[in-house]
Design a protein around this ligand. Sequence first.
Ligand SMILES: [Zn+2]
Length: 69
Amino acid sequence: MSFKDRTLICRDCGVEFIFTAGEQEFYAQKGFLNDPVRCPECRKARKHAQPQNTSEDRRRRQRSRTSSA
Ligand SMILES: [Zn+2]
């Protein structure tokens, strides 16, 4: 099975980013079935902002982000 670079749209900022063949291979090896939904920048930002959360994050996203500080 071979991989090709693909262009995806970031769900957070809407920017186009490349899901490289190497990354796709990495994902496949890890058993990830879904494509990444965020660009590397947003992934990085989220990692810094919220180090360890999973389902809790989904609930918070539904509330408005009024407090920016
Ligand atoms: Zn992004």
